[in-house]
Design a protein around this ligand. Structure first.
Ligand SMILES: *[C@@H]1O[C@H](CO)[C@@H](O)[C@H](O)[C@H]1NC(C)=O
Ligand SMILES: *[C@@H]1O[C@H](CO)[C@@H](O)[C@H](O)[C@H]1NC(C)=O
Length: 271
């Protein structure tokens, strides 16, 4: 019926006003069709987007421990590197945030030090974590959080932020948001432990079963990424770390990057 509207309005062309009323109705109709189409298309895009958004790096605990058991995680590396980091950052290691799988293990280790404070952000589900870990979660010391969202802490809440593994599971799009977040909540610096690309084969084989293989980037990729994002490496920390690693006989099994905190960068820019 509606298809005939323009025809009937042409019949009534003499009526002038009626003609324009008919074409207006036709225009309104095609606008509604177009708008409806956009609405449906937009809704589909939104659905696709939210599906992608929920594509979190959270994998089940079994998968994570299998993965760590194979020596592919950098979290045990953070623990091994703590004596070296204490030498490099000194007082800066007294208020630490660790972000990465098995965060409870890093927090527990740091808390063994006198006067040290430590918090953790755990990207994996902790359903079958041990009693100590559950206690950390209950006290809010360790939080399970999706690191694709802003960290629930104010700027410069911690002296140093230690990060393991999580950057290996993020696309550049999310890295662009997440790495600056680490720099924002750190007052002294950010230390990032990422997988070595030479271990790629083992790591990808381990994780392909879980549908989300790690993306291990080369050190030149990281350096370029950091420069493009305006994130500065702390050269003095890097040099001290290499020296202290030698004296502590620590041989890093992961790539280690030392970033300056965001606010420090701003201070330098303002002077
Ligand atoms: C990430 O940020 C860099 C530099 O700011 C930019 O060149 C690049 O296109 C961004 N990548 C994505 C995927 O957003
Ligand atoms: C660079 O690292 C040193 C430790 O070697 C630390 O004391 C200093 O605060 C860091 N500087 C910045 C700007 O983050």
């Amino acid at each position: 019926m509606s298809r005939r509207l323009p025809v009937s309005s042409r019949h009534l062309a003499d009526g002038g006003n009626i003609h324009s009323a008919g074409s207006l109705r036709a225009k309104t109709r095609s606008f509604l069709v177009l708008y409806g189409g956009l609405l449906v298309g937009g809704t589909m895009l939104l659905i696709i987007h939210s599906l992608q958004g929920s594509d979190t790096p959270i994998i089940d605990r079994d998968a994570a421990s299998k993965f760590e058991g194979d020596g592919a995680s950098c979290t045990p590396e953070v623990i091994k590197a703590l004596p070296v980091l204490n030498k490099v950052y000194g007082n800066g290691m007294h208020k630490v945030l660790h972000v990465g799988p098995d965060s409870c293990s890093v927090v527990a280790e740091i808390l063994k030090e006198e006067d040290a404070e430590a918090w953790g952000v755990e990207p994996y589900d902790l359903d079958d974590a041990g009693a100590n870990c559950k206690r950390f979660v209950r006290k809010g010391i360790v939080r399970v959080a999706n690191i694709k969202f802003p960290l629930p802490y104010q700027a410069r809440s911690f002296s140093t932020v230690l990060v393991s593994d999580v950057p290996d599971y993020l696309s550049t799009r999310y890295l662009n948001k997440t790495i600056p977040e680490f720099a924002r909540v750190a007052a002294h610096g950010v230390v990032i432990f990422t997988g070595m690309p030479s271990h790629e084969r083992a790591k990808v084989a381990d994780l392909s079963r879980f549908g989300r293989p790690a993306k291990l980037r080369s050190s030149s990729w990281w350096v370029r990424f950091l420069i493009q994002g305006g994130l500065e490496e702390n050269e003095s920390a890097k040099t001290k770390f290499e020296l202290a690693s030698r004296t502590e006989s620590y041989n890093p099994g992961c790539q280690v990057f030392h970033l300056k905190s965001r606010d420090n960068n701003n201070d330098i820019a303002q002077f």
